[in-house]
Design a protein around this ligand. Structure first.
Ligand SMILES: *[C@@H]1O[C@H](CO)[C@@H](O)[C@H](O)[C@H]1NC(C)=O
Ligand SMILES: *[C@@H]1O[C@H](CO)[C@@H](O)[C@H](O)[C@H]1NC(C)=O
Ligand SMILES: *[C@@H]1O[C@H](CO)[C@@H](O)[C@H](O)[C@H]1NC(C)=O
Ligand SMILES: *[C@@H]1O[C@H](CO)[C@@H](O)[C@H](O)[C@H]1NC(C)=O
Ligand SMILES: *[C@@H]1O[C@H](CO)[C@@H](O)[C@H](O)[C@H]1NC(C)=O
Ligand SMILES: *[C@@H]1O[C@H](CO)[C@@H](O)[C@H](O)[C@H]1NC(C)=O
Ligand SMILES: *[C@@H]1O[C@H](CO)[C@@H](O)[C@H](O)[C@H]1NC(C)=O
Ligand SMILES: *[C@@H]1O[C@H](CO)[C@@H](O)[C@H](O)[C@H]1NC(C)=O
Ligand SMILES: *[C@@H]1O[C@H](CO)[C@@H](O)[C@H](O)[C@H]1NC(C)=O
Length: 417
């Protein structure tokens, strides 16, 4: 079951972007890649070029996680993200460019007279482990008029209930898919003119196309299967007549949380439940999301600095820009495979960084936890950013083998599934 919420804070954010030439387009474009279960990509495989009409999917199992974005300019609706069945009266906006950095995927998109900058920011926070443990990503949308005139602009986005389960009929499923135990969140700061509803996709989308608001939609919380009249959580904001959103982009946070993250076997017969590290410092997930949203501007500055650092290091190895793109994908994958955890019993009491254990999940193949070959492959990444990450990542492997009296006389390849 998923829970959605909208924190009640108003924040104004400054916006800057970094646009560079893209050396090559990988088979999947990272959108929100932050932790093993927040792994949303857009496929560019086969005939799917990067576009504003592409299906987003969860990496493991390649399940759909539809994520839709639209903008209404002077009454005309354009789609800038996703793929939807109800595209009646909707124009697919033109994707001008896609740039992938270690922390960001930035798309320049033309929607009629507006030039949009759509930024998917998945922070990589090697020096602040509490921030690294926040399984949330940003979606920031900026728009600027290309004819210098003011235009009436409304922006819309929704996620489907598919985010919460890989199963189209969870209400009748007898076995629960592995994504089910957690909760997905989609949130934005509640400024003026924000409307939000839980509704059937077609109802919210056509209301937005027609009226530019969700004010006339009734909340529909009828409990039903995900594939039955596709339930979505939608938000819309009316920006009024604008020339540009320069000083205040529209920012969403999308995220996932499950607690406990893992049942860790300390030794034969002794288990420990471990929670996301941020839960040791935030009283509730909602508090963490409010903080995360208000941190967008600073998070983006840190992200740009980290991106620049990787690009500079890459340029010292080769002048081929493809190397930087490859490192960008590798960095995102390496950090997106981690869960930073703390003993669930430590929540609410004093804790120290030495209590942290890091679990890596292999989302690409078998779901194995702390697979030695994947740790080995990504270790240069951790050494480059913060070698201290190595200890808590190796600790569970070493501890379990040390404690197990009936262990075989060769090293374990992983902790298990
Ligand atoms: C957008 O994608 C949907 C689903 O893949 C497809 O049915 C529709 O024709 C596409 N629209 C355009 C304009 O390409
Ligand atoms: C659109 O915005 C991008 C990024 O700010 C900029 O490079 C480009 O020149 C703009 N295009 C137009 C037509 O204004
Ligand atoms: C590495 O992480 C530790 C623990 O959070 C922190 O104290 C240290 O400053 C970090 N080092 C770097 C180089 O970021
Ligand atoms: C679990 O559910 C999936 C479909 O949701 C089905 O394909 C699979 O056979 C089920 N497994 C068991 C053991 O029931
Ligand atoms: C599309 O526009 C026409 C003409 O304004 C309108 O009659 C129709 O209801 C619209 N369809 C949707 C799905 O909004
Ligand atoms: C807007 O939503 C309401 C229900 O919540 C529905 O009755 C109405 O038909 C919708 N309007 C459009 C244009 O889709
Ligand atoms: C809510 O959705 C359910 C399932 O699609 C539908 O049967 C019901 O009529 C809807 N209720 C309202 C008030 O729109
Ligand atoms: C709210 O919407 C109205 C109507 O479109 C508009 O005039 C006003 O500028 C908007 N307010 C803000 C803060 O965007
Ligand atoms: C200890 O090692 C044995 C032999 O590999 C294995 O069967 C058992 O599951 C391990 N125990 C734990 C608690 O991991």
């Amino acid at each position: 079951m998923s829970h959605w919420l909208l924190p009640c804070t108003l924040v104004l954010l400054s916006f800057s972007t970094l646009v560079r030439a893209q050396a090559f387009i990988p088979p999947a474009i990272p959108l929100a890649v932050r932790s093993p279960y927040l792994n949303c990509w857009a496929s560019t495989a086969g005939a799917n070029l990067p576009s504003t009409n592409n299906t987003a999917f969860f990496w493991y199992n390649v399940d759909f996680t539809d994520w839709l974005g639209r903008i209404r300019v002077d009454g005309t609706t354009y789609q800038w993200l996703g793929d939807s069945k109800t595209n009646q009266n909707v124009t697919i906006a033109r994707l001008v460019s896609t740039t992938i950095t270690p922390t960001q995927t930035i798309q320049i998109i033309e929607a009629g007279p507006m030039n949009m900058t759509v930024t998917f920011l998945s922070p990589v926070e090697p020096s602040d482990w509490v921030k690294q443990s926040l399984s949330f990503s940003y979606l920031a949308v900026g728009a600027e008029s290309t004819d210098g005139k003011a235009h009436s602009v409304q922006v819309y986005s929704e996620i489907t209930a598919q985010w919460a389960s890989s199963d189209a009929i969870p209400t009748v499923a007898t076995n629960i898919s592995f994504r089910d135990p957690g909760s997905y969140y989609y949130a934005m700061s509640r400024g003026e003119n924000v409307t939000y509803k839980t509704c059937t996709d077609t109802v919210c989308q056509s209301n937005f196309t027609r009226f530019g608001t969700l004010a006339f939609v009734e909340n529909n919380v009828t409990f039903r299967a995900i594939g039955d009249d596709m339930p979505v959580f939608a938000m819309s904001i009316d920006l009024g007549d604008i020339v540009s959103t320069q000083s205040s982009p529209v920012v969403w946070a999308v995220g996932y949380n499950h607690n406990p993250v893992i049942q860790y076997t300390v030794s034969n017969g002794e288990y420990q439940l471990r929670s996301p590290l941020f839960m040791a410092t935030y009283p509730t997930v909602a508090d963490a999301i409010v903080d995360f949203l208000s941190d967008f501007s600073d998070a983006q500055s840190r992200a740009v600095a980290l991106d620049n650092r990787v690009q500079q290091a890459a340029s010292q190895v080769t002048t081929d820009p493809g190397y930087y793109t490859m490192l960008s994908i590798a960095t995102r994958q390496a950090f997106g495979s981690l869960s930073m955890t703390i003993d669930s019993n430590s929540i609410g009491s004093d804790w120290s960084i030495s209590d942290v254990m890091i679990f890596m999940k292999n989302m690409g193949f078998d779901g194995g936890v702390n697979p030695v070959d994947k740790i080995y492959a990504s270790f240069p990444n951790f050494l480059f950013f913060n070698a201290s990450l190595g200890g808590p990542l190796l600790l569970p492997l070493l501890q379990i083998q040390f404690n197990n009296v009936s262990r075989p006389n060769y090293a374990a390849t992983e902790l298990g599934g």
